[in-house]
Design a protein around this ligand. Structure first.
Ligand code: M6R
Length: 369
């Protein structure tokens, strides 16, 4: 049932192009407009939404952090993202015009379930993004958008994450569409880019051998840092989480702009630092800033592992290891940038002799608070 792979995680990483394509399937019609028939909240209710609040845990929380950038950019609706375990304990401000999005692969995560119950008690509508048909979270929600990743067995979430991102983009575009935001042209461009993205994920998977070799060479290290900016920041957090849970290494993700506010003190000779570089096109200011961050940490001895778009030559002089990803629009970059980090963590765990599918102390579905 592992389909010839040594671990479910490897199989699930390999299934990502299909998972992404399946999650998009049937949701964009021939005219390029979005029809999400599983979203049973009326268009007029969606037009009234004045705030989106995303609640989730772990990897699903990272998907939510990325969704915030897309939702706010495409719809101009304010969006908050909160760890489900923190949410209801701080008396959040919610009302009938708040749309709460609960993201969960299993649909059984107790923290997320309790957060959504709290939101419904306040009169808010809840939309679940979930991978498990008929599980508790979608059953208790007002609407559901299922991710079509297929069953995810490995404790470390991979294909569910990519499909959660796709689902979040669809929700953001859908909100933009029903509200008739001024981003009409941009929406059709994004829909076009999304329809090619599964092929780009496939291309990334075909070039992972050097990432595996690099991971094996770092098996004796104690710490790896991850830096990113804009949507690359949650990608850095996700890369660090994968490494913690699989390789049992100290791994931390930082927003690159925060370096000088503290974390740069951690940089020492030969410390591996993974940097997720945004596209040089579009948001070139951020790109240039991150290139100087790479220079700064390298000058202090860090071993820089740079994930950058094909054709981005500015990073070349400062990258001890360069991992290329296909050029994508900035907001969609996490779909391709996360894949090398999954492969990296999986290979490091294997090299350290860890149990990849069942890391110590963890359960696939956390049904206690
Ligand atoms: O089933 P859920 O998506 O609600 O699970 C949330 C987290 O427990 C989960 O993403 C966890 O962080 C993974 N082990 C990460 O790989």
């Amino acid at each position: 049932e592992k389909g010839g792979y040594d671990y479910f995680m490897l199989k699930e990483i390999a299934e990502q192009p299909k998972a992404v394509a399946d999650t998009l399937l049937g949701r964009i019609d021939a005219a390029g407009s979005l029809t999400l028939d599983e979203v049973r909240i009326s268009a007029s209710e969606l037009r009234e939404v004045d705030k989106v609040v995303i609640v989730a845990c772990g990897t699903a929380f990272h998907a939510g952090l990325i969704a915030k950038y897309a939702i706010e950019h495409w719809t101009r609706i304010p969006c908050e993202v909160e760890l489900a375990s923190e949410f209801r304990y701080r008396d959040p401000i919610l009302g009938p015009r708040s749309l709460v999005i609960a993201i969960s692969q299993s649909g059984e995560t107790m923290d997320t379930l309790m957060a959504l119950r709290h939101a419904r008690e306040q009169g808010s509508k809840v939309l679940a993004i979930c991978n498990t048909n008929g599980s508790t979270i979608p059953r208790e929600s007002d609407a559901v958008l299922y991710t079509h990743a297929g069953p995810e067995v490995a404790v470390a979430s991979t294909k569910a994450f990519l499909t959660q991102l796709v689902a979040c983009y669809l929700v953001a575009l859908y909100l933009g569409q029903v509200r008739g935001t001024k981003w009409g042209d941009e929406i059709s461009a994004v829909i076009r880019d999304l329809s090619h993205i599964s092929g780009e994920v496939e291309r990334v998977l075909e070039t992972m051998e050097p990432v595996r070799a690099l991971a094996r060479s770092l098996a004796g290290k104690n710490t790896v840092l991850f830096l990113g900016r804009h949507v690359g920041y949650p990608v850095a957090l996700e890369g660090a989480l994968k490494l913690k849970e699989l390789a049992y290494m100290h791994a931390e993700g930082f927003a690159a702009g925060e370096l000088k506010h503290g974390p740069i003190a951690l940089i020492e000779e030969d410390l591996p630092v993974v940097v997720v570089v945004p596209s040089p096109r579009g948001r070139s200011v951020i790109h240039d800033k991150i290139v100087s961050n790479i220079q700064e940490i390298r000058a202090r001895g860090a071993r820089t592992i740079v994930i950058a778009e094909e054709g981005d030559e500015a990073v070349v002089p400062y990258a001890d290891h360069l991992i290329r990803i296909p050029a994508t629009p900035t907001l969609l970059q996490p779909l391709v940038a996360t894949v090398p980090l999954q492969v990296f963590a999986c290979e490091l765990a294997t090299a350290r002799g860890n149990e990849v599918d069942q890391p110590r102390n963890l359960a696939k579905s956390v049904t206690v608070e």
